[in-house]
Design a protein around this ligand. Structure first.
Ligand code: PTT
Ligand code: SF4
Length: 601
């Protein structure tokens, strides 16, 4: 079989040992790659008794059959593990030359186990693997680490690293690369830090085996040309995801003041147009011809990379209406190696606690200087930052029940940048996301605002499952960026064709949907196995959206309806073949070839 290398690297940091191992055709066909492989390894190897920050946890870097090939936006990989913030399966998707080079070194995935006795980094060059002392890098920010390692290794080396937040095990610390790519908001940086692993440098010069080299080159070129000629390409190249600020404001879903409102009075000061007026340049992931990392100068003249989520969560959600200040916080987060979404969400929670007199510290909405200090303290786990570093679920549990309704998380992961007071479909997307509240698996809101927005319909549930199959299944399994499809409208049909050119397999979209369902059901099974007291409440977003109406705008006084949300959740479970409590049934597990799960559930 071509397309998959079928080799992986297993590295034990406790024993200073590595082995090159193989996996079989069955695994490739059943799970595709990326998230599929990670979910399978998670189920097989990371059992409920494993503490996420212990040496027993494993960190998985997983590519897919399209990663690293000359095809649109194929320079990404998954970083997955047991998440310290949710306590179950977590992953993130990171653009980096490390993904391409892992394949060129001859591996489809890498499993890092154990814990090194002192800070180290890993250098992989083809099948040569070294564990190198990193005491001199420990404590440095991600930008500095990348610079030092870049000078030491070839210009084509793929480098990923963690910052002080990962070293100090901030539960929402990330893995970063290329001065602004950031993945694994489920705390993958903390897992890396718990292993004393500061960075990885990956180099490779082997060919990635494909089924039909010529066909792949041709179809890849055709796909790149199609992207370039799409009508929305030009605007995308100007604004990237930043245009979503204006869109969210227009539709009243831009989170403001800890998701109290969906409107922000200074949205125009932090939006895509404002960004364009100060934009310096742009950068992006390997093999991408629609790069979207917009670089601007922040209020202290540093280079910051802006995306919608960063700006909404470190801007409107905490009351900051100055894009240069938001940019500064974003650059700080990148350098500290901390997730912007969870940071903005958790800071919003703290400010609300302060304004209600629940904590002693005084910090106001939009107080840039105090927020900046708090972010810094969080990465170093000092003072109030040490509390914040544990995320909103933990903070709210510590502070008491009154805070639960506005602790904006699902399953422990902080909600990303869409207010859902008046969008039940998107609320359900957050509720049922396989890694906790993240929009990555289903951005149903873009369609929902045009389709009976406040209605609770079966059609919305169908649409949600379709999006989860495509985004969370196909794109996370093939491991390519989903933006060509989402933002430029590159037709979905391209992907089975690209897969065929790479692997020779004639999978149609339905085959890929079945794989996606298998991955979803396996991840859901991991949650159920992990949480002894699992029940459907785990799939319900916080009470604020059900109980506290918005006070402004076109959707003033909106709240979600609890009973109707539950009706949609019932439909969702039924369509997925899960029980009334969201637990996969035996027949669903059998139909998806997951019989081995039954005995452990
Ligand atoms: C993603 C999450 C997002 S989602 C954003 S902005 W987005 C935030 N970016 C951060 C950042 O930057 N710095 C930082 N310190 N923390 C950050 N946290 C936030 O992380 C990213 C792009 C984006 S930008 C998105 S939507 C798409 N995500 C994809 C995905 O998940 N899968 C896929 N197959 N393709 C995707 N393409 C797009 O990639 P997490 P990246 Mg990210 C500065 O990983 O954990 O899912 O968090 O990886 O290479 O930076 O690309 O409006
Ligand atoms: Fe990376 Fe953006 Fe290109 Fe996607 S569109 S591959 S996130 S640069």
């Amino acid at each position: 079989m071509q397309g998959w290398i079928q080799k992986f690297l297993r590295l034990d940091l406790s024993k200073n040992k590595f082995i090159v191992d193989r996996y079989d055709d069955g695994m490739a066909k059943a799970f595709l790659g990326g998230r599929g492989f990670a979910a399978k390894i998670f189920w097989d190897e990371i059992k409920p008794e494993v503490d996420p920050l212990s040496p027993q946890n494993k960190l998985i870097f997983s590519t897919g059959p399209l990663t690293g090939l000359p095809l649109p936006s194929s320079g990404k990989f998954l970083v997955a593990s047991k998440s310290p913030i949710t306590g179950s399966y977590g992953d993130g998707n990171l653009g980096s030359w490390a993904s391409v080079n892992l394949r060129k070194a001859g591996f489809d995935f890498l499993i890092v186990e154990g814990k090194h006795d002192k800070p180290c980094y890993i250098h992989i060059k083809n099948h040569k693997v070294e564990i190198i002392d990193a005491r001199e890098l420990w404590g440095l920010g991600t930008l500095e680490v990348e610079k030092i390692l870049r000078e030491k290794y070839s210009k084509n080396a793929g480098i990923i690293q963690i910052g002080p937040a990962g070293e100090n095990k901030v539960l929402f610390s990330t893995v970063t690369s290329q001065n602004g790519r950031s993945g694994g908001r489920t705390g993958m940086g903390a897992v890396m830090g718990s292993k004393n692993l500061k960075a990885m440098v990956i180099e490779g010069d082997k060919d990635i085996p494909v089924n039909n080299e010529r066909a792949l080159q041709d179809i890849g070129k055709e796909a790149y040309d199609t992207i370039r000629n799409k009508p929305n390409f030009e605007f995308w190249m100007r604004q990237g995801t930043m245009m979503t600020i204006e869109w969210s404001q227009e539709h009243n879903v831009l989170p403001a003041y800890n998701f109290k409102e969906g409107l922000f009075d200074r949205a125009d000061k932090i939006g895509g147009d404002m960004m364009e007026s100060i934009k310096e340049t742009q950068r992006g992931c390997p093999y991408c011809n629609m790069i979207c990392g917009n670089i601007v100068k922040d209020c202290q003249n540093g280079n910051a990379e802006l995306d919608y989520e960063n700006v909404a969560m470190l801007g409107s959600n905490i009351g900051i209406g100055d894009l240069k200040q938001v940019s500064y916080l974003t650059r700080m987060a990148d350098d500290l190696g901390i997730d912007t979404i969870s940071s903005g969400n958790a800071i919003g929670f703290i400010i609300e606690c302060s304004s209600k007199g629940i904590i002693e510290d005084r910090i106001d909405w939009g107080d840039f200087d105090k927020i900046k200090d708090l972010l810094h303290q969080t990465a170093y786990r000092k003072g109030l930052g040490d509390f914040l570093a544990q995320g909103v679920r933990h903070m709210s549990q510590k502070l008491g029940k009154d805070t639960t309704p506005w602790a904006m998380h699902v399953k422990g992961l902080e909600i990303s940048a869409y207010d859902c007071h008046s969008t039940p479909g998107m609320a359900l997307a957050y509720g049922t996301s396989p890694i906790g509240a993240h929009h990555k698996d289903a951005w149903i809101i873009a369609w929902e605002v045009t389709a009976g927005r406040e209605d609770y319909t079966e059609e919305k549930v169908d649409k949600l499952i379709e999006q989860q199959r495509i985004r969370g299944g196909i794109f996370e399994g093939l491991v390519t960026c989903r933006f060509p499809w989402v933002e430029i409208n590159l037709e979905l049909d391209w992907y089975p064709k690209l897969l065929k050119a790479a692997t020779g397999l004639d999978f149609d979209l339905n085959d890929l949907y079945t794989i996606a369902d298998r991955i979803y059901t396996l991840i859901r099974s991991s949650w159920v196995r992990e949480y002894e007291k699992w029940n459907r409440n785990m799939d319900i977003p916080p009470a604020r959206w059900f109980e506290e109406p918005t006070t402004e705008g076109q959707f003033k006084e909106s709240v979600l309806d609890y009973d109707n949300y539950n009706v949609m959740l019932d439909w969702y479970y039924e369509k997925r073949g899960w029980s009334k409590d969201g637990i996969p049934t035996q027949s669903t597990l059998k139909n998806l070839g997951l019989d081995y799960v039954i005995k452990e559930l």
